[in-house]
Design a protein around this ligand. Structure first.
Ligand code: PHE
Length: 333
């Protein structure tokens, strides 16, 4: 058998194979179990050692040459197939692009950023606390009496009533956490989610509050009022917001007040936040001496403030994730 003639024939078949299927047929005919090259190699077994030594290298070289040629032909066929696809499936780069949908900053997020910036300008830094609170931080340390209605299941989401684990009903527990860990003076605000069993057009079971706390020597109601006036004017973007403090009760402040304002264009007083001088018991509960330090605190609902500023009457769409609502009230990111 002429090895070179066989090699020439097979290599010619390899070059002639026009697609992967034809190439595979050539491979099987040469290198398959009953292929011509395989058969020739098998015949080596029946030869004398001398013959084998003589013919073996040539046959092995034939096998390697055929395998190499098949591999490179396979690569060439694949490249050609890809070229053909690229040529026929050309992308028209002159087509106008699909309009890109830009996201919007949620109005509540914007409100939080605004408020953080306004209080930041007055020297307040940010403090944080967990959404899942315990009874002590949310109520007891804040001077709530044992029978206060907020401690009932109708008002508060308890995760485990016996263990006193609950979803915080206000951001005031952040005051406690902050004061427990350090000594005054300090000025902090806390922004975040709060929860109450309440749901209608102006109440959501999950809502947001801002809490501000200022503790120092000689702090009094005048400081509180000044801070409120500055905050409200900056937030609503006006020279001055008409405001009145109405005496009110919160167990953690004394005296306590609710703040009513007239927003630009409104013809009546609207209640927007609670505030007061930090109750001496609260300072004591946190290891702060009330004879040395005084403080004020204020807390406001962010949905309310946002609705007043943007003229939104129903709170529920705020949490419905409707892109049309977000596009209308949100700002382009
Ligand atoms: N935590 C009170 C509330 O949620 C608001 C408040 C904060 C009142 C600070 C006084 C001082 O209603």
């Amino acid at each position: 058998m002429d090895v070179l003639a066989l090699q020439e024939r097979i290599l010619a078949e390899v070059s002639a194979a026009g697609d992967a299927g034809a190439l595979e047929a050539v491979r099987v005919a040469a290198l398959g179990k009953k292929g011509s090259v395989t058969e020739a190699l098998k015949r080596l077994g029946g030869m004398t050692p001398e013959e084998r030594r003589e013919r073996g290298p040539a046959l092995n070289a034939l096998k390697a040459a055929v395998a190499g040629a098949i591999e490179s032909r396979r690569g060439a066929l694949e490249a050609a197939a890809l070229d053909a696809r690229l040529a026929t499936e050309a992308v028209d780069v002159t087509l106008p692009i699909r309009p890109e949908r830009r996201g919007h900053i949620h109005p509540l997020t914007r409100t939080m950023e605004n408020i953080a910036a306004i209080f930041g300008g007055m020297g307040f830094s940010r403090a944080e606390g967990p959404d899942v609170e315990d009874d002590w931080h949310n109520f007891t340390a804040l001077n709530f009496p044992p029978d206060h209605p907020a401690r009932e299941m109708q008002d508060t989401f308890f995760l485990d009533k016996a263990a006193g684990r609950l979803l915080r009903t206000h951001t005031s527990p952040v005051q406690i956490r902050h004061m427990q860990e350090r000594q005054p003076p300090f000025r902090v605000i806390s922004l975040g989610r709060t929860y109450r069993c309440d749901s209608d057009a102006t109440h959501s079971p999950m809502f947001h509050q801002v809490e501000a706390l200022y503790v120092d020597k000689g702090v009094h109601m005048g400081h509180l009022k000044g801070c409120l006036a500055r905050f409200l004017a900056a937030y609503f973007g006006v020279e001055e917001v008409p405001m009145r403090l109405r005496p009110s009760f919160f167990p953690f402040v004394e005296p306590g007040a609710e703040v009513d304002i007239r927003v630009p264009g409104a013809d009546r007083w609207l209640e927007v936040l609670g505030c007061g001088m930090v109750h001496p018991n609260v300072l004591k509960n946190c290891g702060i001496d009330p004879d040395q330090w005084q403080g004020f605190a204020l807390g406001a609902g962010l949905e309310r403030l946002t609705m007043l500023k943007l003229g939104i009457s129903d709170l529920r769409p705020m949490f419905a994730s409707d892109p049309r609502w977000l596009a209308h009230y949100g700002e382009v990111a």
